[in-house]
Design a protein around this ligand. Sequence first.
Ligand SMILES: [Fe+2]
Ligand SMILES: [Fe+2]
Length: 257
Amino acid sequence: MKFLFAGDIVGRSGRNALRLHLENNKYDFIVANVENSAAGFGITDKVYNDLKSMKIHAMTAGNHVWDKKEVETCIDKWDMFIRPANISSKACGQGYRIFDACGRKICVINLLGRVFMNISNCPFESFDNIYESLDKDCFIIVDFHGEATSEKIAFGNYVKNRAHVVTGTHTHVQTNDLRLMDNTLYLTDAGMCGAYDSILGMEKESIIDRFTTNMPHRFKVETKGNILFNGFSFTIDDDNIIRDYKLINEVYESVEA
Ligand SMILES: [Fe+2]
Ligand SMILES: [Fe+2]
C-alpha cells in the first residue's frame, strides 16, 4: 500500500502543484496539510471540494485552521478534515479521524506544537490519550504542526514505535532528515506546495515590507512563476511495516487552472 503526504498547500499555486504531481503518480492513500490552501489562510468549502476532487483521503490543519469563518459551519460535513487535537474540547470538528482504506484502519492525527506558537494543550499528552483509545491494529500518522525542530524531534522520539509515521509541518521548508526512528518513519518538516519564487508561498514584497517597516501588510499568495511540490511517500507491508520511503521535492512550470 502506497502513501503520499503533501506539505502545507499554499493557495492556488499549491493546489496546482499537487494536481500536477498526482497526474504522474498513483497512491492508495493521500494526506495533505491544507491550513493555507484558501488564498494562503485557512480553507473554504470551495477549496475543500477542489482538493477532494483530487482524490485526497485526509486533510490536516494547523494554526491557520480557523482563518476562514465558514470553517465553523462546514467542519461537521467535511468528513476528511482534521483540525488540531490539542485545543479546547469545546471546539467544533475532530482532532483525529480513522479511515478505512485497502482493508486497513488508518488513523490521522493533527497536533500543534507549543514552542513559538500560540497556546494549546500538551501535544504529548494529547497523543497518549488518543493512542490509548485506538485499536492496536490501526496504522497511525501524526502531522505535528510546529515551529521548533527540537520539539518535533522530541515528539518523534516520544511516540516512536507507537505512531507509525510522524511528520512536521508549518515551516514550509522541507528538511532532509526523513528516516526511521526504530519502526517509526520521521521527518521534521514536509515542506510546502506553492509558488517556488516566493516567501513561504506568499508574494515577497509585502513580507519584506513587513520586516523592514514593522508595519502590518496584507499578504497575498504568489501565483506567478514555477511551482513547488514538497512531500514524501512510503509503502507499508501487510504487517504495517514501512518498507520504503522517499522525500519528494519537485518543481513544475507554472500552470493556470
Ligand atoms: Fe502553513
Ligand atoms: Fe502553520
